[in-house]
Write a protein that binds this ligand. Structure first.
Ligand code: ADP
Ligand code: ASP
Ligand code: MG
Length: 263
């Protein structure tokens, strides 16, 4: 049986209608026989709203209470998606970071993942349950505090989870249909790439291409996670695979310049 991590970003879960569309993508993979863990972001705009409230309250970025507030956005999406999946007749449950548990250091606001115990999720798979995981968040064990992984951190939650549960693939579903030579929203002539090497993706991400959080690419490279960037807006019945992030050797025709990133 194959095991899959599917991650959906903020635009893909912006309202309940879009969450239903996400559920249709998940249903397709479950019906094809995969064990699925879904990682979700907060609904579009929610994290910005929560951050603004923290600023208004006078909280500092490294404050554990900042993390307690901003981690809440992902909890809402995880619960809503689990509800919708159950409504469709599938078995599912939501997981907060601390329930898994996904253990991090105590760098509040940009915590690093130290360990993920995949056993609870695996027991859920045995029961035929889809795991719906709140991205972006973890637990610092000795202080018993919720942490967050930095903006865009659900990508890193997804890739690290894929490594921890030995997933065959990690699909990052977003609002573009893959990685382009540069940001396609800024440069309409940008070209979609079928494959990008881990190293090139790392450079693009570190230079401002926010399609993947830089740390997620580091984790994928380190643990050799098979990683795709693809669109959640494709028809769930006829999805395209998007862009594969892979080893340099797997790309036959290496070009000198792959892409341009900017911030
Ligand atoms: P999500 O909410 O799904 O995590 P993000 O907004 O974080 O999505 O990332 C997707 C966005 O990344 C795209 O809408 C696009 O504007 C931007 N982007 C920047 N550089 C690139 C690139 N080289 N290829 C594709 N998308 C890019
Ligand atoms: N919701 C968080 C953010 O907006 C994490 C993520 O979407 O990946 O940065
Ligand atoms: Mg993102």
């Amino acid at each position: 049986m194959s095991r899959l991590v599917m991650k959906f970003g903020g635009t893909s879960v912006a309202d309940v209608e879009r969450i239903r569309n996400v559920a249709a993508h998940v249903k397709r993979e479950v019906e094809a026989g995969a064990e699925v863990a879904v990682v979700v972001s907060a609904m579009a705009g929610k994290t910005n709203e929560l951050v603004a409230w923290c600023k208004e309250a006078g909280s500092h970025f490294d404050n554990p209470e900042y993390d307690a507030v901003v981690a809440s956005g992902e909890l809402v999406t995880a619960g809503l998606l689990a509800l919708v999946l159950k409504e469709m007749g599938l078995k599912a449950r939501s997981w907060a970071g601390w329930q898994i548990p996904l253990i991090t250091d105590d760098a509040h606001g940009s915590a690093r993942i130290e360990k993920i115990d995949g056993r609870n999720l695996a027991e859920g798979f045995q029961r035929g349950e889809i795991a719906v995981v709140a991205g972006f968040q973890g637990l610092h064990a000795s202080t018993n505090r919720v942490t967050t992984l930095g903006r865009g951190g659900s990508d890193t939650s997804a890739v690290a989870l894929a490594a921890a549960i030995g997933a065959d693939r990690c699909d990052i579903y977003t609002d573009v249909d893959g990685v382009y030579t540069t940001d396609p929203r800024v440069v309409p002539r940008a070209r979609r790439l079928d494959k990008v090497s881990f190293e090139e993706m790392l450079e693009m991400a570190s230079l401002g291409a926010k399609v993947l959080q830089e740390r997620s690419v580091e984790v994928a490279l380190m643990h050799k996670v098979r990683l795709y960037v693809r669109s959640s807006f494709d028809d769930p019945a006829h999805p395209r695979l998007g862009t594969l992030i892979c080893d340099e050797e797997d790309i036959v025709e290496q070009q000198i310049v792959t892409g341009i990133a900017f911030s």
